[in-house]
Design a protein around this ligand. Sequence first.
Ligand SMILES: Nc1ncnc2c1ncn2[C@@H]1O[C@H](COP(=O)(O)OP(=O)(O)O)[C@@H](O)[C@H]1O
Ligand SMILES: [Mg+2]
Length: 359
Amino acid sequence: MITIEDLHVIFQTDGGKVHAVDGISIHVHAGEFYTLLGPSGCGKSTTLRCLAGLEHPTSGRILLDGEVVYDSNRGIAVPPHQRDIAMVFQSYAIWPHLTVFENVAFPLREMRPRVADKEIWERVTRALELVQLSGYEQRPAPFLSGGQQQRLALARAICRESPVVLLDEPLSNLDAKLRVETRLELRSLVKRLNMTAVYVTHDQTEALTMADRVAVMNAGKVVQETPPREIYQKPQSRFVASFIGQINFLDGKITAPGTVDTPAGKLKFVDGKDHTVGAEVTVAIRPENLRPADEVNAKFGSLIEGTVEEVVFLGNTLDCVIGVGADKVSVQLHPSNSISPDDLLKVRVRPEDITILAE
Ligand SMILES: Nc1ncnc2c1ncn2[C@@H]1O[C@H](COP(=O)(O)OP(=O)(O)O)[C@@H](O)[C@H]1O
Ligand SMILES: [Mg+2]
């Protein structure tokens, strides 16, 4: 549905060249909810704007539904209004002087050939129904709440009935509670309309909960692309591991196949990869995968023990930091555990919950 091949965007600034997009290649399937996730400044918006035709790439190729809309070699650059794409921005770009109805109708009124009034009315009514804004047609747009404005922006995008919708951090202006509610609503709406979505966010939870596939970006590059669960459970680099969720890193050395020596002791792991004995690696372990040794048996996995240095009660978890030699390891326990600083804590970790990173 959407293909980007070796896309580069270089901006010339007073401070020199900025390689905002540095060789991105992705393929998004029809009907897929695809997310670009990464820290601020990594090139997410620039990539999205290239898809929409709002940014001029330096080189590369972009195809929409089999049609080449950009090709630097052949000098093809289809202008934005000729690309069948809907876009939702972070700032909803709502017109404050127009009613809800007219905000949604506006892009349809601009379409050529002209769309008949009756059809405009039907499409706007349907779009407002879908985002649950029926009854608000005549209200001036600024008199909507943040969440309603977000849905209005979405209605405007979907009433074009484009097969592709691009969303650039559309939830970031909502308060935390509304953001959580809107996440799944937005995803199911896009799915119900059978649209292909490219969704940009710097929020890992949004990416994990909404996406069919996540592309993690760093410094203009896609560094890992997989379904959300795998991004969390099988990060391929230190960057991805630490960007998504909490994680402990330990220096390690492979001493035998499936065994890594760390400051926390010798740990057994399985990851189905060939590691050279003697290789220096980084060992990554999620805090929730360290289980109190008295709750599991010895077959569960390798033992790590340390002195409790910090305990923080978070309601649903008890987070503690244990000192293991010169290293510190975060452990996430069930809140029913009673544990205090200076206690000795023994935990175990399953071989499959240990990630070996080659850096
Ligand atoms: N028009 C521009 N001129 C110069 N630099 C830009 C321009 N747009 C974006 N950049 C730079 O390109 C990089 C990527 O920006 P952007 O795509 O907006 O990142 P993100 O959306 O991931 O936060 C940043 O370093 C940003 O400062
Ligand atoms: Mg951005």
